[in-house]
Design a protein around this ligand. Structure first.
Ligand SMILES: [Zn+2]
Length: 424
């Protein structure tokens, strides 16, 4: 390597002027200092971040960046770049989020300045901040970042652009592109950050599955239904499951293509499903090991529809409760447990009776717990296949059931097998 190249490497590593470094290098080499030693010496002089001396950030491969790095200089290919508006300390800010990759790895970034990044650009971000998000390092590009576009690029093992299938989307994904069918859509009025505003919410589907969405700035192509391509959407968690967010910066266009919405939910072990932290439309299979309190015949607040205790709503005080049916059953498959919540319809199925029947049974027994007891006798110890929406919070994992079916061909054999297991 020529002196010029060494100087260029060093200058970019150390974030200092190339001519200055070259002059220093020249000087040392003329005194017969080996080039490697000369470079080491200059790193010490200019303060390589890795020596703990502060100063200019060190140049790093993306795969080597850790949350402990303060500031780094990186060169990478922009995979995605999605604009989004956020409220930050009272102001509306436009930020750009996406992913940056090199030959060693990939990293999420947030850009607080509009550098004009587009997918496919190769950039060097000098003095990019590193912060930790969910245990992983992320880059912050801001005022103090010097950003330059490179002419020469390199191959990365990641797809440029944010094309994705719904089943692959995860909370936190930015600048995604999906082609979907609008399965379900409704217009709602919400109390937004600038007062009342109308939004669309519903469910998108593609070959891989379904996910709920919110469209913050109603787009006719979504409201009209049909098949659409959405660019620059982002994914955030809502009620414990990932949700596709279509914002004012997203591009929505109708496309002329049939999409067969996958009818099959993803089937997982309970443990695996809980580990995802929340998943829309999942199927699990396990044994009902208990029916929890608050099941069977219950009363809800007429105002907020939450379950009330002894005529008292936590928010609305003493209220005239509305009778309802539900089940909260603990389902276990050996890998984990989840609370399966059955709505009134599914509860009627497992109870094998209506709300009227339940009220009558409770009146006769002068105890509404008999309804839960009846359900308990029917389902505890049996194996069920449950499909629904899984959310996980600090109180545990809940699976809002859409389907709740006894599984297997021979329930009797399984029940005795289960009992043998319990006995053992
Ligand atoms: Zn209430």
């Amino acid at each position: 390597m020529e002196l010029d190249n060494h100087a260029e490497d060093l200058a970019s590593d150390l974030g200092v002027d190339k001519e200055e470094v070259k002059a220093d290098l020249q000087n040392l080499v003329e005194y017969s200092v080996p080039i490697d030693e000369a470079k080491q010496s200059l790193r010490r002089k200019y303060g390589d971040g890795s020596s703990g001396g502060g100063g200019a950030p060190s140049s790093k491969d993306i795969g080597d960046i850790t949350p402990e790095d303060g500031n780094v200089t990186v060169t990478g290919v922009v995979l995605t770049a999605g604009k989004r508006s956020i409220r930050y300390q009272g102001d509306d800010l436009e930020i750009v989020e996406g992913r940056l990759a090199d030959e060693t790895g990939v990293i999420d970034y947030t850009s607080w300045e509009d550098f004009g990044l587009s997918p496919g650009d190769t950039i060097t971000a000098g003095n990019a901040g590193v912060r930790e998000w969910d245990g992983e390092p992320e880059l912050n590009l801001g005022e103090s970042t010097s950003l330059s576009f490179e002419d020469e690029s390199f191959d990365v093992d990641y797809e440029i652009g944010g094309e994705a299938q719904l089943a692959d989307l995860q909370t936190g994904d930015r600048a995604v592109t999906v082609e979907v069918t609008v399965v379900d859509c409704e217009r709602r009025t919400i109390d937004g950050r600038d007062g009342e505003t109308e939004i669309l919410s519903g469910v998108f589907g593609d070959e891989s599955g379904r996910l709920p969405f919110t469209n913050w700035d109603p787009v006719p192509a979504i409201e009209d239904g049909g098949t659409i391509r959405i660019e620059n959407a982002f994914v955030q968690e809502f009620r414990g499951v990932p949700e596709v967010n279509v914002s004012e910066f997203s591009t929505v266009s109708a496309i002329d293509r049939e999409i067969d919405v996958g009818a099959d939910a993803t089937t997982m072990d309970v443990g695996e499903a809980v580990h995802t932290g929340g998943i829309y439309d999942v199927e699990v299979n396990g044994n009902v090991i208990a029916v929890r309190d608050g099941s069977g015949l219950i009363q809800r607040c007429p105002e907020c529809y939450r379950v009330i205790q002894k005529g008292q709503c936590r928010t609305h005080g003493s209220v005239d409760g509305v009778d309802d049916l539900r089940v909260k059953a603990i389902l276990d498959d050996g890998t984990g447990a989840v609370t399966v919540v059955l709505d009134d319809e599914l509860t009627q199925q497992v109870y094998d009776g209506t709300l009227e029947d339940a009220l009558e049974q409770a009146r006769e027994a002068m105890d509404q717990e008999v309804v839960a007891d009846t359900i308990r006798e029917r389902i505890v110890g049996r194996e069920y296949r449950v499909r629904g929406h899984l959310s996980v919070d600090e109180y545990g994992a809940n699976l809002d059931a859409e389907d709740f079916e006894e599984s297997g061909d021979d329930p009797e054999a399984r029940a005795s097998a289960f009992l043998t297991e319990v006995d053992a």
